[in-house]
Design a protein around this ligand. Structure first.
Ligand SMILES: N[C@@H](CCC(=O)N[C@@H](CS)C(=O)NCC(=O)O)C(=O)O
Length: 210
């Protein structure tokens, strides 16, 4: 049965799942779900995904949400290549780096948070952009210190779940003109990932509907 990814080209959480599917060599059909048109808030979509976020993955008769849970499912059912290490200590380290982004940077910069700052609190665009950059710089400062500068990827010799979270967050950082000079290891690892076809094919510009 076809794997279906409810996807929005600019969603960084969906971008993570696109990378994971590509790294595992899994073909999928994208179901474009526009955050700008509000497709994610439509009753029909919320009936399938009560949280009303992308990504959502339909696979093996399952309907899965939350990008990290989806990647964990893919690892459990299609372990090649493993994206979260099996070794408990390595696993904890990789998840910790992934969660700096997925739990601590990304949620406070989400579309609905930015809309709340704008619509409910009357925060102007410049201040919202400062907010966006602030949380990236804070999180990247920690992640730069956690990364091993001697390794090609956050995941070590091969990219893993932390790299899958890093690349979309880097794209967001650049989109909002976040200064990256203080993060040489992260910048180098991002470039190494982007040179891999599975990452390149998942880029927002590569999947943006015509
Ligand atoms: N923790 C979730 C986050 C999903 C998420 O926040 N998706 C964003 C797009 S990147 C979304 O659907 N936002 C809708 C909104 O903020 O209204 C995951 O990792 O899948």
């Amino acid at each position: 049965m076809t794997i279906q990814l409810y996807d929005y080209w600019r969603s960084s959480a969906a971008y993570r799942v696109r990378i994971a599917l590509n790294l595992k060599g899994l073909a999928y059909a994208a179901v474009p779900t526009s955050l700008i048109a509000g497709d994610h808030r439509a009753d029909e979509y919320r009936a399938k995904n009560p949280q009303g976020f992308v990504p959502m993955l339909e696979i093996d008769g399952q309907r899965l949400t939350q990008s990290l849970a989806i990647i964990d499912y893919l690892d459990a059912t299609r372990p090649e290549p493993l994206l979260i290490p099996a070794d408990p200590a390595a696993r904890a380290r990789q998840l910790a780096m992934a969660l700096v982004i997925a739990a601590d940077i990304h949620p406070v910069n989400n579309l609905r948070i930015l809309k709340y700052l704008q619509d409910m609190l009357g925060i102007a665009e410049d201040a919202r952009n400062d907010w966006y950059r602030h949380w990236i710089v804070e999180g990247f400062t920690a992640l730069e210190a956690m990364a091993d500068p001697g390794q090609p990827f956050l995941g070590g010799a091969a990219p893993g779940i932390a790299d899958i979270c890093l690349v979309p967050q880097m794209a967001n950082a650049r989109r909002f003109d976040t200064p990256l000079d203080a993060f040489p290891t992260l910048v180098r690892i991002d470039a190494a990932c982007q040179a891999i076809d599975a990452f390149a094919r998942a880029r927002p510009e590569a999947v943006k509907p015509a």
